[in-house]
Ligand binder design. Structure first.
Ligand SMILES: [Mg+2]
Length: 223
């Protein structure tokens, strides 16, 4: 019995375990290679401080953006939100272009890549660029990404960069509650997803009053 026990405990004599036992009850800090103080989230700390450097860089990037936004507000620009589908994105044309059109006839917004491959609406890219370049309005995109089409969130982001480059960088708001947005104007072709209850002025696109982008530019006094 004793013999078996001794054999079972032979590992305790292993020098590496002995070394471990010597350290296990001691208070830190130990050698940096042993000390948990030198780890972050279970990862070994980068002694050159690379992680902190990365975090500081992120903070400074965010601060630069905040300063820019503050400067814009100081100039008292009106905040203008622009919807995507049916306003700058030709959703219907994209659906018709898709080989899956018939298959998804009752749920067009679930057609794979429908948002990624969509062409722009007539005059939309040129008109939005004119509004941004005028510096009269602080422009954001306010769109609803269908919950059932998960890729649509990133596809909308890719679409904005494809047609506007960096001009609308970090200015994309995806929401089902446009009524919660704070601002002066919302250009939208529907009243769904809170657009009808937007607290500023709803510029209802594709109506008798605002049938196209030319009528909107005129309303916004953009030449
Ligand atoms: Mg729309």
């Amino acid at each position: 019995m004793n013999k078996k026990k001794n054999k079972d405990n032979e590992w305790e004599n292993d020098p590496e375990w002995q070394d471990f036992f010597d350290h296990v009850d001691k208070q830190g800090p130990w050698d940096s290679k042993d000390d948990k103080i030198h780890t972050i989230g279970g990862l070994t700390n980068d002694k050159e401080g690379g992680f902190m450097e990365f975090q500081n860089k992120m903070d400074s990037n965010d601060m630069e953006d905040e300063i820019q936004i503050e400067e814009i507000h100081q100039e008292a620009m009106k905040i203008l939100y622009i919807d995507m589908d049916g306003v700058i994105v030709d959703f219907i044309q994209s659906a018709k272009n898709s080989p899956d059109y018939e298959k998804y006839i009752n749920e067009l917004d679930r057609i794979p890549d429908i948002f990624l491959n969509a062409p722009p609406m007539k005059q939309a890219v040129r008109s939005v660029n004119k509004i941004i370049d005028s510096k009269k309005y602080d422009v954001y995109i306010a769109s609803t990404a269908p919950w059932g089409n998960i890729e649509s969130l990133s596809h909308k982001r890719i679409w904005i960069e494809k047609y506007f480059g960096d001009k609308l960088k970090k200015r994309l708001i995806l929401t089902h509650r446009k009524d919660l947005l704070i601002g002066d104007y919302l250009i939208d072709d529907r009243t769904a997803n809170g657009a009808g209850k937007f607290k500023g002025k709803l510029i209802h696109f594709d109506t008798d009053q605002y049938p196209d982008w030319a009528s909107i530019l005129k309303y916004l006094s953009i030449n």
